[in-house]
Design a protein around this ligand. Sequence first.
Ligand code: A3P
Length: 272
Amino acid sequence: SGSSATPAQIPDAAVSRRLPGAIIIGVRKGGTRALLEMLNLHPEVEVAKAEIHYFNLDENFRRGLDWYRAQMPLTLPGQVTVEKTPGYFTAPLAPTRMWSANPAVKLLLIVRDPAERLVSDYTQVLHNRLQQNKPYQPLVELLLHRGRINPSYKALQRSLYHHHLARWLELFPREQIHIVDGEALIQDPFPELQKAERFLELPPRITPENFYFNTTKGFYCLLTAGHDKCLDDSKGRPHAPLSNKAFQKLCKYLREPNQIFFNMVGQTFDWC
Ligand code: A3P
């Protein structure tokens, strides 16, 4: 995001692509795009706009750290580079790979009610399949098998936060992982951004005036230097239907995993 120095004052050598000081590792559909765009409001933050998928995909990881660095935005000394790839959180090899690249990297994890997350995840996959004219199954068929929760459904596995977080905590100290409350970010972004600024050891520069509630979008949008920006239509889509009965089964199934996650992070959330 914008720096106060004019280009003429900046020696060329000072401007370079740097490895991220912080990475938004997930969760998929947790509000990762919103968090990235909101952090980018800070003058000392520059973000990689596209998801890089370096630590999770072998074909990218093989390209090496110089390739990864080359995907980053230009920054000045003192600016923090941030990238987001929600696939990192659930990728088995991502924690060790990330630790080896930079054991001091700060991790941001934005979480959301895992039941809502699952429905949002399904909705995104459904949308992509419809666009590509591919066949699809109704959510209930994937979620339930003979009336019981199907534990091998991928979107359900991605909602077992404790399972994935355990692998990160084998390497990274708890203090190096900041949990952002995705529901709180939707309701009122500013307090969550203040906490993130503190975690990133940045001076407070984001203000409540950077956000306004857009009644058409039904979400907060961003304001900087007279420009306003909402996330695109793929964010905040109506969710695919699921019967209340099936949703309640899902909630019941998630109760214990959620409790384990709360104990792990030392924080509770108001989930179903
Ligand atoms: P839904 O589409 O299920 O509502 P991600 O960027 O990780 O894919 O997350 C997408 C989710 O971000 C959306 O899920 C939406 O609820 C949430 N979100 C949070 N803040 C938002 C904002 N200001 N505008 C749009 N979506 C936002």
